[in-house]
Write a protein that binds this ligand. Structure first.
Ligand code: C2E
Ligand code: MG
Ligand code: MG
Length: 380
């Protein structure tokens, strides 16, 4: 009878309280939470809802209504982040965080506009023959002040802010152009591109892939997408459709970081994966039984398996003997700028010549798409 509640959008409500201090506002929030805590009967089903509440107090006459709402919004997100079902009061430290986030976002936008992003490429080799069969494109940020930043410094933020969509589009385009340029010089290999969940659900990945195939002329069999399990779980039905459409264009799709997260068999069964990348945390002597099991399983499912994070000669030998066809890791090469790939290929070819290598794959592994395993073509 005395209070005002406004529905602000979707599931967001605003309660304005006049002549209130922080303590009184917190009491109002507590009353709301308690009122909501009672189960609601929905057609005989008992449903419990919780609320994340952000409180902002106007202490400054220059603060506009929009400022106040923005502060309450920030505090509400802090409440969600802290585990939901609670009330959080806006404070200046939070403002600091918001400013930092905004700075980060504008920095990343600038990076996109000013061409500060770089792609590094990490070779993928056949463990049995040593032939280079592909490379994974990995993004870096050449920051004007902080130097070369790895993806752990900005990809998470790009995902939460949505900037991963334009960034991912740039990655796909740049990697495809590179793949086409290499193919033209005789290096026929898969170029693998990491795709995040938000790209799959918010962007038209199929349209983008179709477009880069057209504009760069890259062979679809020379392009692969890598998605993580957490990315597919966001919207399984939609992701399944997107994956299928991408595959119909001739581009393979693989599950990255397999072994971490849920590693759900139903995801493998219900989604059309061409390959899985065994996470590098499994490339360890104590975990070989798991790798053996994954290799058996994928072989029976007709899915290619690739090992990531191969760091030592011992890892390499074990994986080769276990019949893991493709491998990637510091043992072969670290990710490097595109310009370093050709010289590396030359050295790698020389190193390969020093070893005896079997001429045929003893396990009868699936041939690489796009024809026979692309041997090194020199000069590049
Ligand atoms: P990822 O896709 O699983 O990539 C493999 C990561 O393992 C790379 O880290 C690579 O440098 C690292 N790595 C490769 N071999 C070894 C090894 O032998 N030992 C060890 N310890 N590490 C190895 P990087 O480049 O820092 O990338 C980290 C993650 O960032 C990637 O994991 C991927 O999830 C994400 N990422 C990178 N580029 C992109 C991108 O363009 N788009 C999206 N959405 N995510 C990206
Ligand atoms: Mg990857
Ligand atoms: Mg991985």
């Amino acid at each position: 009878r005395t209070d005002l509640v406004a529905r602000f959008g979707g599931d967001e409500f605003v309660v304005p309280c006049e002549d209130t201090d922080v303590g009184a506002a917190e009491m109002v929030a507590e009353k709301i939470r308690r009122a909501l805590a009672a189960p609601i009967d929905l057609d005989g089903r008992s449903v419990v809802v919780t609320a994340s509440i952000g409180i902002a107090v106007c202490r400054d006459a220059t603060l506009t209504a929009d400022d106040l709402l923005a502060q309450a919004d920030t505090a509400m997100y802090a409440a969600k982040q802290a585990g939901k079902d609670r009330a959080v009061v806006f404070d200046l430290q939070m403002r600091q965080q918001v400013t930092e986030q905004l700075d980060k976002a504008s920095g990343l936008r600038r990076a996109l506009r000013h061409d500060e992003l770089r792609l590094f490429y990490q070779p993928v080799v056949r463990a049995d023959t040593g032939a280079v069969v592909g490379a994974e494109a990995l993004v870096r940020w050449e920051h004007p002040d902080d130097g070369l930043l790895g993806p752990e410094r900005f990809v998470g933020f790009a995902e939460s802010s949505g900037l991963i969509v334009p960034m991912g589009a740039w990655v796909l385009e740049t990697a495809s152009e590179q793949a086409a340029a290499w193919a033209a010089r005789g290096f026929r290999a898969h170029i693998s591109v990491n795709v995040s969940g938000r790209q799959l659900t918010e962007d038209d990945v199929v349209g983008r892939v179709r477009q880069v195939l057209r504009t760069t002329g890259v062979d679809p069999a020379g392009l692969q997408l890598e998605v993580t399990e957490s990315a597919v779980m966001v919207d399984l039905a939609r992701v399944a459709t997107v994956m299928q459409q991408v595959r119909e264009l001739g581009v393979q799709v693989g599950m990255d970081d397999f072994g971490t997260g849920y590693s759900s068999l139903s995801h493998l069964a219900n989604l059309p994966f061409d390959f899985v990348k065994i996470d590098r945390s499994f490339i360890d002597t104590s975990r070989w039984p798991f790798v053996t099991a994954i290799l058996h399983m994928t072989r029976h499912l007709g899915i290619d398996a690739l090992a990531e994070g191969v760091e030592t000669a011992e890892h390499h030998a074990w994986l080769r003997d276990a019949g893991c066809i493709r491998a990637q890791g510091f043992y072969y090469s670290r990710p490097m700028p595109a310009a370093d790939v050709a010289p590396w290929l030359g050295e790698h070819a020389l190193r390969r010549g020093e070893h005896d290598r079997p001429t045929a794959d003893p396990r009868g592994g699936t041939p690489e798409p796009g024809g026979p395993a692309p041997e090194l073509a020199v000069p590049i």
